[in-house]
Design a protein around this ligand. Structure first.
Ligand code: NAG
Ligand code: NAG
Ligand code: NAG
Ligand code: NAG
Ligand code: NAG
Ligand code: NAG
Ligand code: NAG
Ligand code: NAG
Ligand code: NAG
Ligand code: NAG
Ligand code: CA
Length: 383
């Protein structure tokens, strides 16, 4: 059993930690070589003679210096950068977090940023009013590969409106990238029929970030950077260092701007006709988000609205919803209907954490865990 424990411990160690080892020059602080002669300008266009350590580039790529974040890269028309890293270890998911910087006030159109791995792609754009500072962290799940396989990470600009004047387009500016590995198979907490109900498994937080990580809509549980949860609209992944998190190190703040936003998952191993209690903590992130929160919880075919009056100073209340399973997998979702903003015009909303589904007595039966078995055996032995 000791070995078994050690293995689990090692597995957790391997799968828990963000690593900056995967990418070379992830924050662009190693300057390009052979810069064109006007190299003291705050924005330099890289040419065929320049090289950017760690990266390959094509099209219009600018090396920019910014007052708050140091050096970054701006992808202009047809601008593209890429870097290949090697997968380390098996059964790992590679989750990317990167900073996207606001490129100016005077653009009539904004180009998007396309982020791709060998078999994943998503387009991001800077969203006004989603952070206090002029940059935001976004995340993308690159997928999983076997040990030693090369993963080519490609970032390129994507003009949204082809008719627009490229001189008045804001092109995306990218800074600090971070790759975090998470085990493909997550350990299920004993007694909880949900995986990652505490949201501890998700994207990494950038070193200087105080505003969490934005997770855009992702319909698939497998492709989501928030492991085992799909996302509708936008949510903010928040860390306990900078926000009020009810349990553990991370939680979800649901951000509704125009349409409702939320998260969704499914239980594993519910049995038809049995009754269960869905319990969760609803709260606020201590980010000055005041308002009347309305969150709809769904479990199987039961839906109910829950409300919380938030004064934005960090609160949490436990709620429960009893449902009867009609299948071996029940849909669980949380949807926020409240449109709330802080005084500084930052979109904010309710926090969800500690989501658990456990069986209630009656016809439901808990599968005996090894611990229970051992206790039962000990009990018999003592007798
Ligand atoms: C670069 O610096 C030199 C001298 O330090 C100055 O003459 C020149 O105008 C600067 N160029 C730019 C584009 O700032
Ligand atoms: C690259 O360097 C070569 C040799 O120094 C020079 O002839 C050429 O003009 C440079 N190209 C650009 C785009 O600056
Ligand atoms: C960028 O991608 C190309 C293929 O599209 C590849 O040949 C090149 O090695 C990549 N660059 C890096 C730094 O991985
Ligand atoms: C934006 O436009 C205003 C007025 O047209 C101008 O004063 C300002 O310098 C421009 N800002 C940038 C970053 O170009
Ligand atoms: C976004 O914030 C700016 C100022 O920070 C404000 O003028 C603007 O109205 C806000 N937008 C929305 C949609 O609230
Ligand atoms: C865009 O800017 C360049 C250089 O500043 C200028 O030569 C070109 O005419 C401009 N294009 C348009 C469509 O304004
Ligand atoms: C974090 O912020 C400090 C102080 O503003 C700065 O010196 C440092 O370079 C930043 N680190 C990163 C990774 O951006
Ligand atoms: C929850 O509230 C929303 C918004 O007020 C409403 O559209 C929805 O029908 C309500 N759901 C339930 C189950 O009451
Ligand atoms: C906010 O709510 C908490 C608990 O609900 C309370 O202790 C605190 O005094 C309230 N703060 C303000 C400013 O109303
Ligand atoms: C379900 O959980 C909630 C929150 O912990 C609790 O208040 C409620 O009594 C539970 N319901 C049942 C039927 O056990
Ligand atoms: Ca948590």
């Amino acid at each position: 059993m000791a070995i078994w424990f050690q293995r689990i411990f090692l597995l957790l160690l391997v799968s828990c930690c963000a690593s900056s080892d995967f990418l070379e020059n992830p924050d662009f602080e190693s300057p390009p070589l052979n810069l064109p002669t006007n190299s003291n300008a705050s924005s330099v266009s890289l040419d065929q003679n320049s090289t950017l350590p760690g990266w390959t580039f094509q099209g219009t790529v600018l090396y920019v210096e910014l007052p708050d974040t140091g050096h970054a890269v701006q992808l202009g028309e047809d601008g593209k950068i890429n870097q290949t890293f090697i997968a380390k270890g098996d059964e790992l998911n590679y989750i990317l977090t990167f900073a996207l910087i606001h490129a100016g006030q005077n653009c009539t159109s904004s180009a998007g940023l396309s982020v791709s791995g060998p078999d994943s792609n998503a387009v991001f754009s800077y969203r006004q009013n989603y952070s206090k500072v002029s940059w935001q962290s976004y995340s993308h799940n690159l997928g999983s590969w076997g040990n030693g396989e090369p993963i080519n990470l490609v970032l390129e600009s994507q003009a949204i409106d082809s008719d627009s004047d490229t001189n008045s387009t804001c092109w995306p500016i990218i800074d600090t990238l971070l790759i975090k590995t998470v085990g493909v198979t997550l350990v299920q907490d004993s007694g909880n029929l949900l995986i990652n109900g505490g949201f501890e498994s998700g994207p990494g937080f950038l070193p200087n970030s105080t505003d969490g990580v934005l997770i855009d809509a992702v319909p698939s549980l497998i492709q989501s950077p928030l492991r085992q949860w799909s996302v509708i609209g936008t949510v903010r992944y928040i860390d306990s260092e900078h926000f009020h998190v009810p349990e553990g190190k991370a939680a979800i703040e649901i951000l509704s701007n125009t349409a409702p936003s939320g998260i969704q998952t499914a239980t594993k191993g519910t049995s038809e006709g049995s009754r269960y209690n869905l319990t969760f903590t609803l709260g606020d992130a201590n980010d000055a988000c005041r308002g009347h929160f309305v969150v709809g919880a769904q479990a199987g075919s039961v839906t109910q609205n829950f409300t919380l009056e938030s004064n934005g100073t960090g609160s949490g209340e436990k709620f429960g919803l009893v449902f009867e399973a009609d299948k071996d997998a029940a849909q669980i979702s949380f949807t926020s209907y409240s449109v709330t903003m802080t005084k500084e015009n930052v979109v904010c909303g309710p926090v969800i954490d500690e989501v658990m589904v456990h069986p209630l007595g009656g016809t439901a039966s808990v599968k005996p865990t090894w611990l229970l078995l051992i206790f039962a055996l000990l009990y018999v032995a003592v007798l």
